[in-house]
Design a binder for this molecule. Structure first.
Ligand SMILES: [Ca+2]
Ligand SMILES: [Ca+2]
Length: 98
């Protein structure tokens, strides 16, 4: 479930799980305002089991374009926030042991 910045609006996102010969993946929601327009963007992180890279997919609310970003690995906690104060949510992970 993704929450909207518009009062009373909540979007549902199909979060996937697949287990097949090609592997398995999990999708998790990570809402934030990645394009900095003041509205939350629909965002998921896809983790592939047994293969480390995590891919973030952001549906930008400004123009409906899609941004794909590789950041993090399986086992990380995904903690997007605006860490540098520029008004845009930053891709970020917390990894135990750092
Ligand atoms: Ca936005
Ligand atoms: Ca930022």
């Amino acid at each position: 479930m993704v929450h909207s910045s518009e009062p009373g609006r909540v979007f549902r996102v199909c979060l996937g799980y697949q287990s097949a010969a090609g592997g398995a993946f999990f999708d998790g929601e990570t809402p934030g305002d990645f394009d900095g327009d003041g509205k939350w963007d629909i965002t998921i992180v896809r983790l592939t089991v047994g293969s480390p890279p995590a891919f973030w997919y952001v549906l930008n609310s400004t123009d409906g374009s899609m941004t794909a970003q590789h950041w993090g690995i399986s086992g990380d906690d995904f903690v997007p926030q605006d860490y540098d104060g520029d008004g845009q949510t930053d891709f970020a992970v917390f990894r135990s042991g750092w």
